[in-house]
Design a protein around this ligand. Structure first.
Ligand code: AFP
Length: 313
């Protein structure tokens, strides 16, 4: 309930989490990440756009911004006192924070997804997946919370703890205030965001995309996973795909840092997320760098993709 004299839309994130009855330590984790994002947004606006001179587990060159964002996130989580383990897209291994798992949380995150888009001034984001206890190698359906922060013309934070999907906006004081509660996506949409090289699509994916185009779906692809997923959630319709490709059967996107958290949020909003064959949240990670193909968004569109992939591969 809003304080007398305050509209519901001035409720800040911490207070909202408290009012939702969230566990204190989980509230702490989410609020620490929200704090970290204030420094990350600052680095994006004014920081060095050059390379760091190092590479990540995938052999990709790290940008100074990737390294800095990772350090900001790690520092906040380390000092929160409520974290067991962390793993980041920018590190080579799971980093133990506390041996005592009781009442603590483990976090997988991509500190700055789409960082290669910063130099051309497109939107980027931080993506976070949260588990209770120590285990980060479990199926995504066991997440207790997932969230992303979108650094676009405005900075927004979208989270779920399994009780719907809620959006907060950063104000002039860098506080997050509630914008939308219980975001839902329609069963079918008319926006599609196709990742990966089209001439490498398999026949099933090609048939699916052609069908969407024949129905007049609009192409909206930014090259950043966070803004592309945010568009689907906030517009309440659409489908993003980064499919299995000829020569890349697992696609590009990473299960732990990108797919699991977004699949959790999309399912919470009434949508679906599939590899084209299986529910993303049922995949058991074999290693921290695991990738998987993805079709994510409106439920009926995801089901149609699965049908065509079953028929044509
Ligand atoms: P980077 O973090 O390496 O810039 O990759 C971004 C991303 O993982 C995701 O945000 C996009 O959806 C996807 O890659 C785009 O990949 P393509 O540029 O190959 O379409």
């Amino acid at each position: 309930m809003a304080e007398p004299g305050k509209t519901k839309f001035q409720i800040d994130l911490r207070r909202y989490l408290r009012e939702q009855g969230e566990d204190r330590n989980l509230t702490r984790v989410i609020c620490e990440i929200a704090e970290a994002s204030k420094y990350i947004v600052n680095s994006i606006r004014t920081g060095d756009l050059g390379v760091a001179g190092t590479s990540n587990l995938y052999g990709e060159q790290q940008l100074a911004l990737d390294v800095l964002s990772d350090r900001i996130m790690r520092k906040r989580l380390f000092h929160s006192g409520v974290i067991a383990n962390i793993v980041s897209e920018e590190t080579n291994d799971i980093i133990p924070v506390s041996p005592d798992c009781e009442g603590k949380y483990s976090v997988a995150y991509d500190p700055l997804d789409g960082s290669s888009l910063v130099d051309v001034n497109l939107a980027v984001g931080t993506i976070v997946s949260i588990y209770e206890g120590c285990d980060l190698m479990q199926p995504g359906r066991n997440q207790v919370a997932a969230l992303y922060i979108l650094y676009g013309p405005r900075t927004t934070l979208v989270y779920s703890t399994g009780k719907g999907v809620h959006e907060f906006g950063m104000n002039q004081l860098m506080e997050y205030n509630l914008l939308r509660e219980n975001i839902q996506v329609a069963p079918k949409g008319s926006i599609y965001s196709p990742g990966g090289q089209r001439n490498l699509y398999t026949p099933g994916t090609e048939a699916f995309v052609r069908e969407l185009e024949e129905k007049g779906a609009k192409l909206r692809y930014s090259g950043g996973f966070v803004p592309d997923i945010n568009q689907i959630l906030i517009k309440g319709k659409g489908l993003f795909l980064y499919p299995h490709l000829q020569g890349a059967p697992d696609g590009k996107l990473r299960l732990l840092y990108e797919l699991n958290p977004m699949a959790f949020l999309m399912e919470q909003a009434g949508g679906a997320a599939s590899t084209g064959k299986r529910r993303i949240l049922d995949l058991v990670p074999e290693n921290i760098e695991q990738r998987a193909p993805v079709f994510i968004g409106c439920k009926e569109d995801v089901a149609r993709a699965e049908e065509l992939i079953a028929a044509h591969g």
